[in-house]
Design a protein around this ligand. Structure first.
Ligand SMILES: [Zn+2]
Length: 475
């Protein structure tokens, strides 16, 4: 079961802003005991502090389609185009656990710290037009409402909660409505069982893209056959162009990129390509670890043997290093990318059919990445039990120029979010988010209804966190 963990001994109190114009439901106890049943984000707004509801509509800022809302309270937002303009000091708002929803809260906090995504959902007219035309029965509606709650304009009439206990400045919001919406839209998220943050991020990205794609009835089919060395570059350009012509949304702009596979027939050396799009990469850490060990054995052992008689001391040293690698329980992101694009050989029944040779012959196969998205999502599949202990060494900045085929579309990324899993295996435990604020550049830990400033990025995130999902942003 999900449980609130106090992560770090030093609690940083978040900056306060003037919140007098925001409805705050305070309790006189502490965060752990102020569980109210009336706090819901079901899209209703209270017309007074006693919590009575007067409308089913969301009070979007600048919403001219909702006559029930006092327009004066909506005015300030129309002055801004970006969160940087509107929030010189941003009060970070946590998300309450509404029933084994730590996986959802952690995912949403990482997504809601992606500056371009938040700017679009908060200020872009397209969203309001979309909701006007399609109503509240969309994920766009619920996501917009969530963004508005986590980035509350002065004068907004959203409900947040403040605890007067030990974390007096800690404010949180209950994402009940968002949970209900995803449960309605996808049975995977029904009920109160803990779920997978990867499944949720996949669902959110695919659904928002489907809803917001400006191209209605897009042609997503693509003939992937007959791409060879001769026509590869031309087909590649056509593929990219075709994707861009059929996918025009903030989601495809930020999250989608292109990958492919490469297969070579051992008899005629003919190379065939297959092109596809991706919006996250998933690395199975235990497989990566085995691959790393196997690689180090096959490449290093020969070199080490050369020293056995000439330089016995060096030989022993190298052998120790090799043993360390063999016993290593950690891998890094380079290991993951090398695993991803490793060469595999298919023989017998598994061999690819070669149309030129008219038969199945041994073939080699590789994954390749053509370019990366603006926001690169990396999922670390940890499996269960012993496999779960593989540690990922990751860094704040990564350079993927070794792995991207198209070098001129940007290869360097900065870390902006980490969904971390705490627990002994993947089947149980607790999810928290660490996200970098787009406003002050500081890292914050979001642990359900608590939010902490991260004092030591390296200790608390790089060395400590057991990352499950990494969010990187192109520099
Ligand atoms: Zn062939």
């Amino acid at each position: 079961m999900t449980k609130v963990y106090k992560l770090f001994s030093i609690l940083s109190i978040v900056n306060t802003i003037n919140v007098t114009s925001i409805d705050i439901w305070s309790c006189n106890k502490c965060c752990k005991s102020c569980r109210r049943n009336t706090d819901s984000d079901n899209g209703n707004i209270p017309n007074s502090q006693n919590g009575s509801q007067n409308t089913n509509k969301i009070p979007f800022t600048g919403d001219k389609y909702n006559n029930d809302i006092n327009e004066n309270s909506m005015q300030p937002n129309t002055l801004y185009n970006s969160i940087r303009e509107e929030f010189p000091f941003h009060q970070r708002i946590a998300l309450r656990n509404v029933g084994a929803t730590c996986y959802m809260n952690a995912t949403l906090q990482c997504l809601c710290n992606i500056e371009k995504l938040v700017n679009y959902f908060k200020y872009h007219r397209t969203i309001e037009n979309y909701i006007r035309d399609n109503g509240s029965n969309t994920l766009t509606y619920s996501f917009k409402y969530l963004v508005e709650n986590l980035w509350q304009s002065k004068g907004s009439k959203y409900i947040i909660h403040q605890c007067n206990g030990e974390n007096s400045n800690n404010k949180y919001f209950s994402p009940t409505g968002f949970k209900e919406k995803i449960s309605t839209m996808n049975p995977l998220f029904e009920g109160v069982q803990a779920n997978d943050a990867k499944d949720l991020v996949t669902f959110i990205i695919m659904t928002l893209h489907e809803e917001l794609n400006k191209i209605k009835n897009p042609n997503q089919s693509w003939n992937n056959t007959n791409i060879n060395q001769t026509n590869h570059d031309m087909v590649l350009q056509n593929f990219i162009q075709n994707f861009r012509e059929n996918n025009k949304s903030i989601i495809s702009d930020l999250f989608y990129a292109m990958s492919g596979t490469y297969t070579q027939c051992s008899k005629c050396n003919e190379i065939k390509y297959n092109l596809q799009n991706y919006f996250f990469l998933i690395f199975p850490l235990e497989e990566v670890r085995k691959f790393k060990i196997q690689n180090s054995r096959s490449f290093n052992f020969k070199n080490i043997l050369q020293n056995i008689f000439i330089h016995p001391a060096i030989f022993n040293n190298q052998l120790n290093q090799l043993n360390n690698i063999n016993n290593s329980q950690s891998v890094n992101l380079d290991d993951c990318f090398q695993y991803y694009e490793k060469m595999e050989f298919f023989t017998g029944e598994n061999a690819m059919y070669c149309s030129r040779c008219n038969g199945q012959f041994q073939s080699c196969y590789k994954n390749r990445l053509y370019y990366g998205p603006e926001i690169l999502i990396i999922v670390l599949n940890r499996g269960k039990g012993i496999e779960y202990k593989v540690k990922l060494e990751f860094t704040e900045k990564i350079d993927l120029s070794n792995y991207f085929q198209l070098k001129n579309l940007g290869n360097v990324y900065n870390l902006i979010g980490v969904v971390t899993h705490i627990g002994e295996n993947g089947a149980s435990g607790h999810f928290i988010a660490n996200a970098k604020s787009p406003i002050d550049g500081q890292w914050y830990t979001y642990n359900d209804d608590l939010v902490y400033k991260v004092d030591n990025f390296k200790n608390q995130i790089i060395d400590y966190a057991m990352p499950y999902i990494l969010f990187y942003q192109k520099v």
